[in-house]
Design a protein around this ligand. Structure first.
Ligand code: F3S
Length: 393
């Protein structure tokens, strides 16, 4: 450890910092790290009241009382309640606890973005070291931007924020970023198909793959693909042909070759996705991971020619909290058409007021968790198809 790290460890920076440093050192020892590394950006996850409840809140309160402050640039994942815009879809039972968590985090100096797309708040650079929680963001950081981060859990991201350090092992080392398989997928022309491919690879491929032809995909398809591989599997680095920056990965001399064809994906879709019907209450959901600025603009374009959302359907779009002021005209327009826009929330770690008979989403990650955690029936379709199906002329 450096002199500064030793001082943190021994308590010269206060009890909270000493505890944070001890957590990182302990995890580092288990992971075989030889040293610590400074991080440019920490993304804190695991802070929804839905998941951590009173014990988590009490822990956060205690360390902040003991002087915990964020020494690194730190952003935070979505919360379990709608923080802006439409809030009526979400139960109020989590409101008090979540606001208390948020206020403690903000006191610590965490930037209140409440989003799972921290790479759209601050763009990571190739080769820079991060300590990120949130599996989709980690996969984007490593695979799209060429930054170096492990898949961190919530407590470790808090410790990294306080110390500005993480342990130097796992994906922080180039020798652990070795592609072992090359996958040739079928043509991917929308994000729903990209999501299905991601879920499929997450489920069946457990080595680090490279995806041939990924440079032809849209940003939305890449985002949904990576989020899906990280949901159904534990992928944190999927090398994207001609996108992942060179020198941020290596390629094994004995590459396994895998081909996935259209027919296989179609069979997979039949297994994991429901078919679309409007027999009961339907929740159409776009924004897992949160929509980008351009996606939201594109949704406005899709919706232009329609009158309003059909009866017995809610069309929900989740966005980073700060988009509310940034895109107020687009949001006003969408709300006038009956679309529900919620800022800073993740519906997967929330409680909905009304249980949907069917969810339709363009996100493989949302499909995976809404089925697994909430037992919902979920169908997958692209954002364009969702708009076409749920809006009235
Ligand atoms: Fe974001 Fe929640 Fe999906 S954190 S990636 S909206 S599961």
């Amino acid at each position: 450890m450096t002199r500064e790290e030793e001082a943190m460890y021994s308590g010269e920076y206060g009890e909270a910092t000493a505890l944070a440093m001890k957590i990182i050192v302990k995890v580092g020892e288990v992971m075989g790290a030889e040293k610590l590394v400074k991080v440019k950006h920490v993304h804190v996850s695991g802070v929804s009241y839905y998941n951590i409840r009173e014990p988590g809140l009490l822990f956060l309160k205690k360390i902040v009382e003991e002087g915990a402050i964020a020494r690194a640039y730190t952003t935070v994942n979505p919360s379990s309640i709608g923080l802006c815009g439409c809030t009526e879809l979400f139960s109020r039972e989590l409101v008090d606890g979540q606001y208390m968590i948020n206020s403690v985090l903000e006191k610590m100096g965490v930037r209140p973005v409440y989003t799972c797309v921290p790479y759209l708040v601050r763009t990571p650079s190739p080769g820079e070291h991060l300590a990120w929680g949130e599996s989709n963001a980690i996969a984007m950081a490593n695979s799209f931007y060429g930054a170096f981060t492990n898949r961190e859990g919530g407590p470790l991201t808090i410790a990294a924020a306080i110390t500005g350090r993480t342990y130097y092992s796992g994906l922080h080392l180039i020798n652990n970023r070795i592609v072992e398989a090359i996958i040739t997928p079928p043509e991917i022309n929308d994000e729903a198909l990209a999501s299905l491919l991601g879920l499929y690879i997450g489920e069946y491929v457990d080595v680090k793959p490279m995806i041939a032809g990924a440079w032809k995909w849209s940003f939305l398809s890449i985002k949904e693909f990576l989020a899906s591989t990280a949901a159904s599997g534990s992928h944190a680095l999927v090398v994207l042909d001609k996108i992942t920056p060179l020198n941020t990965y290596r390629v094994s001399s004995s590459l396994e070759k895998i081909s996935i064809d259209e027919k296989e994906l179609k069979l997979y879709k039949d297994r994991v996705s429901e078919s679309i019907d409007f027999k009961g209450y339907v929740l159409a959901y776009i924004g897992c991971p949160h929509t980008s600025y351009l996606e939201l603009k594109e949704l406005v374009n899709y919706i232009l020619s329609y009158k309003r959302v059909r009866d017995n359907v809610d069309l929900l779009i989740t966005i980073p909290l700060h988009y509310h002021s940034l895109l107020s005209d687009e949001i006003k327009y969408l709300v006038e058409k009956g679309v529900k826009i919620a800022g800073g929330v993740c519906p997967i770690v929330s409680v909905l007021n009304k249980k949907p008979d069917l969810v339709i989403t363009n996100s493989g990650k949302a499909l995976f968790y809404l089925k697994k955690l909430h037992g919902f029936r979920v169908a997958i379709a692209s954002a364009k198809e969702i708009v076409r199906d749920v809006m009235l002329d």
